[in-house]
Design a protein around this ligand. Structure first.
Ligand SMILES: Cc1cc2nc3c(=O)[nH]c(=O)nc-3n(C[C@H](O)[C@H](O)[C@H](O)COP(=O)(O)O)c2cc1C
Ligand code: SF4
Length: 483
């Protein structure tokens, strides 16, 4: 692909009157929950939880700051459903996490004046290990097989290991299976196809209850709903993936691949009250070789709508399968390859560019869902960056709500600026993914457009661990009315 550096499109901003009359700022029903506008901040992990998964003041301040912009919906970052150590990932797998989550909910209610509907994105993921040092991999991690003995012409395991360690990558590609080579070159990770592993085989038994308990806890914490994370590189997306060839009834065909996601939904729905929304985020296109395309996604969308999901939020790509090789000692990151680029497209792109790049996926899924007779709202994301684009998508019936992640990070007040007719004051995202680079290193996520602005006269500005960056954008005061 020839890479073109795209300019930001000219922005179209509304007057306050135009905003008031717009589709974007009109209410939307998400099953039992009504959001006052169709503006949506999708999940973004800011890496601010404690190492044992609790919401910190920094997490709570982060969501409070997004609530200042009063989006119709704010989705809290991917939050782990299991009670297992997961690094600084927010967690909801035990009642001890409730206090922090309640404080987060209270902050969003207060700062959005009760307007913003708040969903928790719930996630399960499989084990992934760091890329090993070559010597260690061959000395300890690789299970020696008869094929290795034959190739290394030795029956002595220690000798086989030592000889393998001296082979170059070209030779190793011949000697190792594709999976063994990947474990060596990218680091080990579990796959849903690993039925030989009891904890992987058991996933269909354990996940419905884990997701259901997490949702019930989110409801007790005061959230308005959950977004089941069925997208990107994680467990549920791997069940939906065309690469899922499980032969236990949960893989191999479109219907079998959708079975666990539907069973999880049923369990979640049964564990929460009728006023609590249950939706999902899933992929309109996996992007990877051998992965699912829009045809699979439309089938899933229709199946989910039929089952009663309250909303469908569409993403794209973000897979491990095509991720770049990590450095030794680091884990693969699913947003580094072509599918990662499609998930968070930058201004360095092909001729289509990043702006509204993935809307056609939401549009196809929405059309299929409507054709099947369901009114389930569909949420579009991906480079949507001004009022004109957002309103056009809604007017053409391509989606029912507009999600903007990076534009909201660049300027969480942008919704409110648009609504009040101050669009010219929006700090526009430049789509070069400095924030994504921080995410990749599990560093506290900030935006390059504001994280060095200290000279603002604010009383208190929280800083990153190294003290160099501010953690939240400067406060915006709407101009006096009439000015
Ligand atoms: C720093 C960062 C963290 C993200 N974390 C999540 C996440 O936890 N869950 C998720 O579904 N998507 C996540 N995303 C993807 C966004 O929700 C969104 O789909 C993507 O950035 C494309 O939308 P945009 O062009 O409006 O940014 C993240 C994106 C960024 C930039
Ligand atoms: S860091 Fe860059 S890509 Fe990320 S939100 Fe800010 S301007 Fe946009």
């Amino acid at each position: 692909m020839s890479v073109i550096r795209h300019d930001l499109p000219d922005a179209v901003w509304p007057t306050a009157e135009q905003a008031a009359a717009s589709r974007l700022f009109s209410p939307i029903e998400l099953g039992p929950v009504t959001a006052p506008t169709r503006t949506w901040v999708p999940a973004m992990v800011p890496w601010r939880a404690t190492d044992d998964g609790h919401a910190t003041d920094d997490v709570i301040d982060w969501y409070g700051r997004f609530a200042d912009g009063r989006p119709g919906v704010l989705v809290v970052e991917a939050t782990g459903i299991r009670d297992v150590p997961s690094g600084p990932l927010l967690r909801v797998g035990h009642d001890r996490f409730l206090d922090g989550l309640r404080r987060l909910v209270d902050r969003v209610r207060e700062r959005s004046n009760g307007e913003t509907r708040l969903f928790l994105q719930t996630i399960d993921f499989l084990t992934i290990r760091r890329r090993p040092e070559k010597d260690k991999f061959f000395a300890r991690f690789l299970a020696i097989t008869p094929a290795h003995r034959v190739a290394m012409r030795s029956d002595d395991e220690a000798e086989v290991r030592a000889r393998l360690a001296t082979c170059d990558d070209e030779r190793l590609r011949e000697v190792l299976t594709a999976r063994e080579f990947r474990d060596y070159s990218h680091g080990y990770r579990d796959e849903v196809n690993d039925l030989q592993l009891p904890h992987v085989r058991e996933l269909p038994k354990v996940l419905p209850e884990l997701f259901a308990d997490a949702a019930a806890r989110a409801e007790r914490a005061g959230f308005d709903g959950v977004e089941l994370h069925y997208a990107h590189a994680y467990t549920m997306a791997s069940f939906l993936s065309r690469t899922n060839v499980r032969d236990d009834g949960y893989g191999g065909s479109t219907a079998a691949r959708a079975r666990l996601p539907l069973e999880v939904f049923e369990a979640v729905r049964a564990s929460v009250g009728s006023t609590f929304a249950v939706g999902a985020r899933f992929l309109g296109d996996e992007v990877i070789d051998g992965g699912g395309r829009i045809e699979d996604a439309t089938d899933y969308g229709v199946a989910f709508a039929k089952a009663g999901f309250d909303f469908l939020s569409i993403s794209k790509g973000g897979k491990f399968d095509d991720a770049k090789q990590p450095k030794v000692g680091e884990a693969a990151y699913p947003y580094t390859g072509p599918s990662g680029h499609e998930c968070m497209p930058t201004v360095r792109s092909d001729e289509r560019g990043p702006f509204g790049r993935n809307v056609h996926l939401a549009a196809s899924i929405r059309a299929a869902v409507r054709h099947a007779g369901h009114e389930t709202p569909v949420v579009a994301a991906g480079g949507i960056c001004d009022f004109g684009m957002a309103e056009g998508i809604l007017a053409r019936g391509e989606a029912d709500a507009i999600a903007a992640a990076r534009q909201s990070l660049a300027d969480p007040d942008w919704w409110e600026k648009m609504r009040r007719g101050h669009g010219e004051a929006v700090r526009r995202c430049i789509y070069t993914n400095y924030c994504e680079g921080l995410d990749q290193k599990h560093k506290q996520v900030t935006c390059q457009l504001w994280d060095r602005e200290f000279d603002t006269g604010e009383d208190y500005v929280p800083r990153s661990k190294d003290g160099k960056r501010r953690l939240l954008p400067p406060v915006w005061q709407p101009p006096e009315s009439g000015s």
